[in-house]
Design a protein. Sequence first.
Length: 356
Amino acid sequence: VMSRNIYLGAEIGPALELLPDLQAAGQLLWDQVRATDFEARAPLLAQEIVAARPDVVGLQEATRWICRSWFLGRSTVVLDFTELLLGALASAGIPYAIAATPEGRAVNPSFSIGPLPGVSMRDPETFQPLFGRDTAECGFEVADVLLVRDDLTAAVQRVGTSEYEAAVSIVPTVLIIERGYAWADVAVAGTTVRFVTTHLESQWEYDAVPPAAEQARQLVEDLALTTGPLVVVGDFNSDYRDPRPAAAVNPAEQPQASPACPAQASEPTVQAAEAGCSAYWTMRQHGYFSAGPDDFAAGNATYGASALLAGPDPDRLRAGLELGNPYGFTDRLDYVWVRNGAGLGSAGVVGQQWPD
């Protein structure tokens, strides 16, 4: 099983700092998407997946960028990350498919920003062949998607999706970040295993329970009646050290301690950890085991790239070196969790060394 946050291609935070100049914000997003170039990334991601040959791959930030030439004009999917990755996997020799049954697919739409009237992005190379003009109005849709290797598609018994109640409003009516998860029941070695992929919220406010912790609690409650083996993968936006004291090394701006959220113990254990404001410890205290490798080891951190994927973020590189990671990765946010008798074999982290 593999978990992959494939990145929507742009950081929303810097664009929001340009508001209320929607034109500048939109152009920044599109310029980043073109620079991070998923069409070039997809074959490289496919090589890493094929090398590991997982039965199931949980994707997060599986994004579709949708553009139109003018307000009320025809909308066109310009980039579909899932389809590009599936094509690259087929070309690499081990095809995968979205887990599906005749009733549906394991695709859970997360959040989206539709093309905004009058807010045009300029990119003649992309838009001239599509629309006959240099500019277009663009937006995106983000989803969690569960893939199965092509030879296992017939083993998919049921699929579904669900939404979390905790959501975050960034720009009212324009950007409300709703999260959820996609799941599939797959016949494995004479039993049925439920696989889940999810992406918990990264935004948080001081002196309030982080939405990620609330979403993790709903997740374990939703799955509480599942009696068969469970495998939950995803980007939990939660490190074992969170919430952190204000003075702690925190270049990823993870949740800080506050009156509502006491600081995590310096050496937390499952029994003694503060789980009320921690998605990570919520999972651990509800009987989920992390497949590893060692969640506490600096070398297994999974977050630290720059927005343009051109190397580590300079600030995080300095912090990474201080923590013991030479590549600028400072936080472990991505996990494979198992429960209900799902066994652990070996585990590893892929793509955490530059230039991967």
